[in-house]
Design a protein around this ligand. Structure first.
Ligand SMILES: NC(=O)C1=CN([C@@H]2O[C@H](COP(=O)(O)OP(=O)(O)OC[C@H]3O[C@@H](n4cnc5c(N)ncnc54)[C@H](OP(=O)(O)O)[C@@H]3O)[C@@H](O)[C@H]2O)[C@@H](O)CC1
Ligand SMILES: Nc1ncnc2c1ncn2[C@@H]1O[C@H](COP(=O)(O)OP(=O)(O)O)[C@@H](O)[C@H]1O
Ligand SMILES: [K+]
Length: 488
């Protein structure tokens, strides 16, 4: 499990260590870890051109101390001091002693053009807003050059807690972060600016509170994916009921039913007007063109994709929500529910809602820049698990437990992949996973299936269904690196 900690949590955990350790010891741990990662990235440090963008705070201190360590290994190091008279004094002195030189920001362009590695020590946890000038222009220049772009603690210009970018930010290929992974490195715009995340242990562990949010690794998802055993039969694995698609548009029913079958192929029942299409695509499913009550016994329902928003759809939704079974509501089901949220508030069995941004907004508020916070608030308001889709899907339970998904690929932005996600999550709900875990594991497996499909070229939603078995096998088989997924 990758634990995500906010800036305030990290600062609170640092406080007792700063008091107990000799002056500067914590920063030396950070700088040593940072230099080690840079050495690995450079391969051969001797003669390598390393440029440090150093702000006035401790983030600049980390970068300068690391620069001093790289200079001691033979790198040709140059620092650009963004606040010349306020650079961290001890770090600057160490940098100079090790042979590092400094240049004025105004004369730094040619240095950045020829750098092998640029360290972003402009601003870390103490930052607010987008990059200011001249930092923003220098970052642009560095990004246009050949250098490896390495952020110190977090890419400058990214909000540590939300990943929001109010303006320009450092486009990192790697981020070396200290003490704990911050949410802003894996969610929101920050996810795209962080590149590969490396965590340096500076000893905060015992002082950190329970994490504010988490990210599943393959191993975490595998541990929650149910396996059939010798005593199982087709009923005992958890039967999923699907209400999706229509006679005119059977696709959502076909995709959703297929995804449920490919995730947990015990038994899937389908009820609805896309019956003919579903029957033709999936002879393994038990299909009725009647109402959910005609389908037979199930352990969880998935309802909504391609259902329509008319009176009949509303009535079928109310019937399913009136059961005491776990229910996942998606797409058209969400549009109906937004007009009548009491249908979900009054339930005692678990409900999972899987909106994309526009569907989320129908419940009253746009997701905005703080996607974890917004998802948590809607989950608490409705008393339901909310899964907010996106490049980093967020899942929140009404009790505040939250997950940020790390798998996936932008190729998933194609019609029908949401229907696939609903089928996966429905199968896991029927298998009796706690609702928040069913949603988080489903997002993880769905993202992996997208990555497996993308390895074969551009894909459509049906390909994600086809690749689900391989994705599940990959999730089960891959040892965890314990670091946020970089989407590889
Ligand atoms: N405590 C410790 O021992 C340890 C701390 N650690 C490290 O300390 C970091 C936190 O350091 P910190 O608190 O000193 O703040 P920091 O992130 O350097 O920022 C302050 C500077 O940023 C500037 N600035 C702000 N916004 C800006 C913008 N948009 N664009 C441009 N500039 C902007 C702001 O300028 P000002 O507003 O003052 O003009 C000020 O100069 C943390 O992330 C980790 O790296 C580790 O070494 C572990 C041990
Ligand atoms: N840029 C992106 N990067 C990664 N995943 C994405 C991206 N855009 C969308 N997705 C994923 O694709 C799926 C799209 O779902 P949805 O919007 O409901 O589509 P549909 O309604 O067509 O099925 C979601 O799982 C979402 O997380
Ligand atoms: K930084």
């Amino acid at each position: 499990m990758i634990e995500l900690h906010t800036a305030a949590e990290v600062r609170a955990a640092e406080a007792p260590l700063l008091a107990a350790l000799p002056d500067g010891a914590l920063m030396q741990r950070a700088a040593a870890g940072l230099a080690t990662v840079c050495l690995r990235l450079l391969g051969r440090p001797y003669g390598a051109r390393v440029t440090v963008l150093a702000g006035a705070g401790n983030n600049g201190g980390d970068a300068l101390f690391a620069g001093a360590r790289l200079a001691a290994r033979g790198a040709r190091t140059t620092a650009i001091l963004l606040a010349r008279d306020r650079a961290h004094p001890a770090a600057l002195a160490a940098f100079r002693r090790a042979g590092g030189r400094t240049v004025e920001a105004a004369a730094a362009g040619p240095v950045l053009d020829r750098s092998d590695l640029v360290l972003d020590g402009i601003v870390g946890l103490g930052g607010s807003g987008g990059l200011r000038e001249p930092a923003a222009a220098l970052v642009d220049r560095a990004a246009a050059g050949p250098a490896l772009m390495v952020a110190v603690d977090l890419p400058s210009g990214v909000d540590a807690d939300t990943g929001a970018m109010a303006g320009a930010a450092f486009p990192a290929m790697h981020t070396v972060t200290f003490g704990a992974v911050k949410p802003g490195l894996v969610v929101g715009a920050g996810r795209g600016s962080a590149g590969q995340v490396h965590l340096v242990d500076i000893g905060l562990g015992p002082h950190l509170p329970a994490p504010s949010a988490r990210q599943l690794t393959d191993a975490d998802a595998a541990a929650r994916l149910p396996l059939p055993d010798a005593d199982d039969d087709k009923y005992s694995q958890g039967v999923v009921g699907v209400v999706a698609g229509s006679a005119t548009y059977p696709g959502a029913g076909v995709l959703c039913t297929g995804a449920a079958l490919r995730t947990r192929p015990g038994l899937v029942r389908y009820a609805g007007t896309a019956a003919d299409g579903v029957r033709a695509a999936w002879p393994e499913a038990i299909v009725t063109d009647g109402r959910p009550g005609d389908a037979g016994r199930v352990q969880a329902w998935v309802i909504g994709p391609g259902l329509g928003t008319g009176d009949e759809a509303r009535s079928v939704l109310a019937e399913v929500l009136a059961t005491d079974l776990p229910v996942l509501v998606d797409a058209d089901g969400l549009t109906l529910l937004a007009a009548e949220p009491e249908l979900v508030r009054r339930r005692s069995a678990p409900t999972v809602l899987t909106p994309h941004d526009r569907e989320f907004a129908r419940f009253g508020t746009e997701p905005g820049d703080d996607r974890i916070g917004a998802t948590r608030r809607l989950a608490a308001d409705l008393g339901a698990v909310v899964l907010l889709k996106g490049d980093a899907t967020v899942v929140a339970d009404p009790d505040g437990t939250a997950f940020v998904n790390g798998t996936g690929t932008p190729w998933l932005a194609t019609a029908g992949t949401g229907d696939v996600l609903s089928g996966i999550a429905g199968a896991l709900l029927a298998a009796d996973l706690p609702a928040v875990e069913a949603a988080a594991v489903a997002a993880h497996v769905h993202g992996r299936a997208g990555q497996v499909a993308a390895a074969h070229g551009p894909f459509i939603a049906g390909d994600v269904v086809r690749h689900l078995p391989e994705a599940v096998a990959r999730v089960r088989g891959t040892p965890s690196a314990g670091l946020p997924d970089s989407g590889a």
